[in-house]
Write a protein that binds this ligand. Structure first.
Ligand SMILES: [Zn+2]
Length: 320
């Protein structure tokens, strides 16, 4: 499978949305779209997404303009997200909403699992843009206020002698399944739920390639030497604005030393050990919406008679 196909299997990466980037530059066209019956609004309040209040289970609310105005009192400021199935989608930024307008919101992690891949992608995009706006109200060059432009995809400094334009940021991070022989390397952070383990990950630093970051992070976190690495796929991870670059890697050494204390525990496990630990509730996988799950799944299923997803269902370990 090539990298494009691999990436398409990751949640939050649906290709159904046309981002219509050129429309952002055309104010008249944007104005028509936002007034149209086909406009749909996703409310975001402190990075939580508005849910459908009619529905008993948490489901995102995709509101018409009049519904959004009725519920939130206004539809601005907004970010144009793009077009999908003849609908134009906008994120409404509600951080300054009055308290009575802020009921009925839920987190992306919970909502992403309840909708199809295309809608999950849209919600993740809305959340990432809201997070960027929230953190760029002031110019990082001169400190003056910024204003939203180009359909919410630029924040321009209002100081006449500065005029800096700020664009949405994405922070690259590597995430890697390290293997040696029949075993793979897993680690856990102290703040995670009990028995949750995952692949290793870390941010790419300035002046560093993704592959250098991978070798450095694995060494810092576990003391394990990486000999080779193969790119797998990528996934946006809007918590708040990362792009996860997924790899599998071959280790040259096995001894584990927790050098930077970022992990509280790391160990090597083969497939039988994972199966046994999952059955005892002693090994909880990362959520299936994550690229981490996909990296583990691809490795596990390569030499297993039972697929990892099936095993997860059978052991009842399906919580997030
Ligand atoms: Zn400025």
């Amino acid at each position: 499978m090539d990298h494009l196909q691999q990436s398409r299997l990751n949640l939050l990466t649906s290709h159904a949305l046309d981002r219509a980037a050129l429309v952002r530059l055309d104010e008249e066209n944007l104005g028509q779209r936002i007034m149209s019956e086909n406009a749909r609004f996703i409310g975001v309040h402190h990075l939580q997404i508005a849910i459908d209040e009619e529905n008993s289970s948490a489901h995102p609310a995709l509101l018409t303009r009049s519904e959004a105005q009725q519920r939130f009192g206004y539809c601005e400021p907004w970010v144009y997200l793009g077009r999908e199935d003849s609908k134009d989608y906008f994120a409404v930024l509600l951080d300054n909403a009055r308290p009575h307008q802020t009921r009925g919101f839920a987190g992306l992690r919970a909502l992403a699992a309840t909708v199809d891949g295309a809608k999950a992608t849209l919600l993740a995009y809305a959340r990432a843009m809201a997070a960027w706006h929230q953190r760029h109200l002031y110019c990082s060059r001169c400190g003056a206020q910024t204003v939203s432009q180009h359909g919410g995809h630029v924040r321009a400094c209002t100081h006449a002698s500065c005029g800096e334009q700020h664009y949405p940021r994405t922070d690259p991070a590597i995430i890697v399944l390290v293997e040696k022989g029949e075993r793979a390397l897993f680690g856990r952070k102290p703040e995670w739920p009990a028995h949750r383990y995952s692949t290793l990950a870390g941010f790419v630093e300035p002046g560093e390639s993704a592959e250098q970051a991978l070798v450095r992070e694995v060494m810092e976190e576990t003391g394990v030497e990486v000999l080779s690495a193969h790119y797998h796929s990528s996934q946006p991870w809007p918590f708040p604005g990362s792009l996860m670059l997924g790899y599998s890697a071959q280790a040259g050494s096995e001894e584990i030393t927790l050098n930077d204390q970022e992990l509280e525990h790391a160990f090597w496990l083969d497939r039988d050990e994972i199966t046994s630990r999952m059955q005892q509730g002693l090994f909880v996988l990362p959520p299936p919406i994550s690229i981490s799950f996909r990296l583990i799944e691809d490795w596990f299923d390569r030499h297993s008679t039972i697929p990892l997803r099936k095993l997860r269902e059978n052991t009842g370990a399906t919580h997030f």
